[in-house]
Design a binder for this molecule. Structure first.
Ligand SMILES: *Cc1c(COP(=O)(O)O)cnc(C)c1O
Length: 244
């Protein structure tokens, strides 16, 4: 399948999920298709495939490794918005501080201090999402739901960090419905924090949903979905040397 067709197909499914959400009861959000940003997750995929997506109009790309963003950055047009969606090590922040549009994986004050320092140095304000480990799986990064608001209160004092919302990585499940409760919990947390009107904190972005479950995520309030496999096909980690 052509990547352009795959993107159109995913966008159509996002549109249908928005329509279905309109029939769900409160407190379900009402989402319009244009309120949902599709992030094409291009990790492990070669530059010509990203270019094909770009030519089809795609501008938001997600990568989970700093090294891979650096390898691809110069090969794509400058109006690409790179989203760092994977775990970020403090010693790598300096390489991407001027390159990424948003960091989805902020989950500690320690990391925030480094982002603050690097962004102060280059005089930019970094949009970030606080990653929340809603499922409680030990293998997942992110703060526990109860720790999200305290961290966000601390972040409100960082002049070069702008919190825009929350992100989660849901478990890998056989049936997408199994993750509905994860998404609705994150949406509720998002609403609770939004209601507090914390100084300097925006709660506008909710990044959740991947190829297997993005429609359920949209029904439960996602404003960004991170879709790789359904756009670019399955990943083969064995043949990629840049995957660690
Ligand atoms: C790989 C990845 C995705 C996309 O996964 P698919 O199942 O291929 O759509 C989304 N979010 C994160 C954080 C990822 O690492």
């Amino acid at each position: 399948m052509y990547i352009s067709d795959a993107i159109a197909g995913v966008r159509a499914r996002i549109g249908e999920a928005c329509q279905r959400a309109a029939f769900l009861e409160e407190p379900h959000p009402q989402r319009k298709e244009e309120d949902v940003t599709l992030i094409a997750v291009s990790k492990t995929k070669p530059i010509p495939m990203l270019q094909e997506a770009y030519d089809a109009g795609q501008r938001d790309f997600g990568e989970n490794k700093v090294q891979e963003i650096l390898e691809k950055y110069d090969h794509l047009p400058k109006d690409v918005r790179w989203h760092l969606i994977g775990h970020l090590q403090t010693n790598k922040v300096k390489y991407i501080a001027d390159k990424v549009a948003m960091i989805h994986s902020l989950d500690s004050l320690h990391l925030a201090r480094v982002i603050e320092k690097e962004c102060a140095r280059i005089n930019r304000i970094m949009p970030v999402l606080v990653q929340v480990n809603v499922s409680g799986e030990e293998s997942k990064f992110g703060v526990a739901p109860k720790d999200a608001e305290p961290l966000i209160r601390d972040l409100s004092g960082f002049p070069h960090i702008q919190v825009e919302g929350l992100m989660t990585v849901a478990p890998f499940v056989e049936f997408p419905e199994e993750n509905r409760v994860i998404f609705s919990k994150l949406y509720q947390l998002f609403l609770d924090i939004k209601e507090k009107n914390i100084d300097n904190i925006n709660m506008n972005v909710l990044s959740m949903g991947m190829s297997g479950d993005f429609e359920v995520a949209v029904e439960e309030g996602a404003t960004m979905v991170r879709v790789g496999t359904s756009i670019f096909g399955a990943r083969n980690y064995q043949i990629k040397e840049i995957e660690t």
